[in-house]
Design a binder for this molecule. Structure first.
Ligand SMILES: Cc1cc2nc3c(=O)[nH]c(=O)nc-3n(C[C@H](O)[C@H](O)[C@H](O)COP(=O)(O)OP(=O)(O)OC[C@H]3O[C@@H](n4cnc5c(N)ncnc54)[C@H](O)[C@@H]3O)c2cc1C
Length: 365
């Protein structure tokens, strides 16, 4: 199989990269630690054509392929990992199920704002008693007039605290064949959220309770027997999930590589300070100030670089199979031995301010 990108895909990747560098590079760190959904990013992406990449043009999407969407998520993640979640939400998640199986009316009401980056949709599958075994789900949809009464609860729902609508997996009847889905507006009467919690990633979620929620019949996406179709749509979500895992792994790898290169510069700086102190020595005795600067800097840098190297090497770095852990231990000692870094900083301060500072506490009176 040939995985080379077409010239059009290369072009698309370049434009996504330029977009990410221009709009997402700044603030990437803050975004990663913020609990809120990055709405500003969603709107920018909508304008750039990064939402609904695989959705038909007739439905307001871009009419592209799944690979195009993967290119988008990888490219965005390489600049701003958190923003990749917006690509996920706008291309890989329940939005695809809605675009695939939704009625024109449902698309008009919900798909349009999703593609405009003004709304987000969650998928409510998991329940307190149905996780991996999702077909054990207990949320029911019972016919009532021209709609259904929905009762049950969903947990761990991504974007649950931000979503305007939930694609809820429900049970119309017993067994796997009884499972289907419908759209529940989060503002509907009877929809209640439990206390807000956080995933380890920092993303917020809250348990969702459906308490006799009336859902009109025209909000049904898939009736009984729709489970297989839904899971087919969910596989798209899994591609986005896998793409983000890989992209964030690559992001961390690049960060470590750049970190190591930056540390090399610090080593080079220490080298110059050391050579300066040694070369300027009068009859072989280096000056107090230059020696203090060189030692404090080299002690700290040597330790930091060795410690980072240990981390980069993982478990092996922490064993005695290699000399890295030895370097860490030795460097740590030199931060104390031969004039600790603190004492050297005192020496440097004396040179800067051209006076001596007493290193003794005032005599006890
Ligand atoms: C970050 C995050 C986001 C999520 N977003 C959503 C969302 O948007 N919508 C949604 O509906 N759900 C969401 N979930 C829930 C997720 O789908 C479930 O957590 C998942 O399906 C596992 O279910 P569980 O937590 O009940 O664990 P369990 O199913 O109880 O599993 C516990 C452990 O047992 C293992 N296990 C279970 N069954 C088997 C088996 N048969 N063989 C071997 N091992 C097994 C599991 O692998 C796991 O390690 C999210 C979860 C996380 C962590």
């Amino acid at each position: 199989m040939d995985f080379r990108f077409t010239p059009e895909q290369e072009q698309f990747r370049d434009s996504a990269r330029r977009f990410a560098e221009k709009h997402l590079a700044k603030g990437a760190r803050e975004r990663a630690h913020a609990a809120d959904y990055p709405w500003d990013v969603a709107k920018l992406m909508a304008a750039q054509g990064l939402l609904g990449i695989t959705i038909a043009e007739a439905d307001g999407g871009q009419g592209g392929t799944l690979i195009d969407a993967v290119i988008a998520i990888e490219t965005v993640a390489s600049t701003c990992p958190r923003s990749a979640d917006v690509v996920q939400a706008g291309n890989f998640g329940p939005i695809r199920v809605l675009a695939e199986y939704g009625t024109p009316q449902q698309k008009e009401k919900y798909l349009k704002p999703l593609l405009a980056g003004e709304s987000v949709i969650s998928v409510g599958m998991t329940e307190p008693e149905a996780g991996s075994a999702v077909t054990d789900l207990q949320t029911t949809a019972t016919p009532d007039g021209d709609g259904y009464r929905v009762n049950g609860s969903k947990v761990f729902t991504t974007h649950s605290t931000h979503a305007q609508v939930i694609l809820a997996y429900v049970r119309y009847g017993p067994g796997v064949d009884g499972i289907g889905s419908l759209l529940v507006d989060t503002k509907a009467k009877g929809v209640r959220f439990g206390k807000r919690s956080k995933f380890m990633s920092g993303e917020e979620w809250a348990q969702i309770y459906f308490e006799n929620v009336f859902v009109p019949a025209d909000m049904v996406v898939l009736k009984e027997g729709g489970f297989k179709k839904q899971i087919a749509g969910f596989n798209v979500e899994r591609i986005g999930n896998a793409a983000r895992s890989l992209a964030l792994g690559r992001y961390a790898y690049e960060a470590a590589r750049q970190w190591a290169m930056q540390r090399r510069q610090k080593l080079a700086a220490g080298q110059l300070l050391l050579y300066r102190a040694a070369a300027n020595g009068d009859r072989g005795f280096p000056s107090v100030e230059e020696t203090a600067i060189a030692k404090a800097f080299c002690n700290q840098t040597g330790f930091d670089v060795a410690n980072d190297a240990l981390q980069v090497m993982g478990g092996l770095g922490y064993t005695q199979e290699d000399l890295v852990e030895y370097c860490v231990r030795r460097c740590r000692g030199w931060m104390i031995a031969g004039g600790s870094i603190e004492i050297l900083k005192n020496r440097i301060a004396e040179a800067v301010f051209e006076r001596s500072f007493s290193q003794r506490p005032d005599a006890v009176r």
